[in-house]
Design a binder for this molecule. Structure first.
Ligand code: C5P
Length: 194
């Protein structure tokens, strides 16, 4: 059975948590595509060469979740050749036997335009900064600035900008608990799967 769930949205909206929970609930594989861009940014040197030679162990680095790694990811993600080098791996994963959930910025628009389910998970910048701050600590104002700056770069780039696919369902998690957000996402997927 091939069944693809595309989950896009801005930084710290809850995509990762929701994607993992949806994948676990239905027994699907899960790919956090942000990790690919974070790994390219963290490798240093020429980002195009880094994307073309990305190895599985590059994805296991301990320093990929930091604010700096997020910013570096967002800068290399604006380079068309970097994005092109990562397309085939993501599309292969999407078509894996047994179902797949991919989360990112361009899954429903570019990587898997024919996905069976498309969700766009979002929340206000303040709510997202609060969540990121609770997770990583540091200075709240800096975290908020980082979230806004990264969203602007991701939505404003020419190649595969972050946007809501025409056929995506928008899930605003600003006023939802994690449990409520996960429950709503599972309900949407279950309805399409039936
Ligand atoms: O989701 P995460 O915060 O880990 O993503 C890091 C960065 O990678 C994003 O800010 C974005 O620039 C880039 N990205 C992307 N396309 C994706 C996933 C992530 O451009 N599908």
């Amino acid at each position: 059975m091939i069944f693809t769930v595309a989950i896009d949205g801005p930084a710290a909206a809850g995509k990762g948590t929701i994607s993992k929970a949806v994948a676990a609930h239905f027994g699907f594989g899960h790919l956090d595509t942000g990790v690919l861009y974070r790994a390219v940014g963290a490798k240093g040197g020429d980002p195009i060469a880094a994307a073309r030679t990305l190895e599985p162990e590059d994805l296991n680095r301990a320093d990929l979740r930091t604010l700096d790694a997020g910013q570096a990811a967002s800068r290399v993600a604006a380079i068309p050749e970097v994005r092109a080098a990562l397309v085939a791996f993501q599309r292969d994963f999407a078509r894996r036997e047994g179902g797949a959930v991919l989360d990112g910025r361009d899954i429903g628009t570019v990587i898997c335009p024919n996905a069976d389910v498309k969700l766009f998970v979002t929340a206000t910048a303040e709510v997202r900064a609060n969540r990121r701050h609770a997770e990583l600590g540091g200075d709240y104002d800096l975290v908020l600035r980082e979230v806004i700056e990264r969203d602007m770069r991701d939505a404003g780039r020419a190649d595969a900008p972050m946007r809501v696919a025409d056929d995506a369902i928008v899930l605003d998690t600003s006023d939802l608990s994690i449990e409520e957000a996960v429950e709503q996402a599972i309900r949407v997927v279950a309805a399409r799967k039936a």
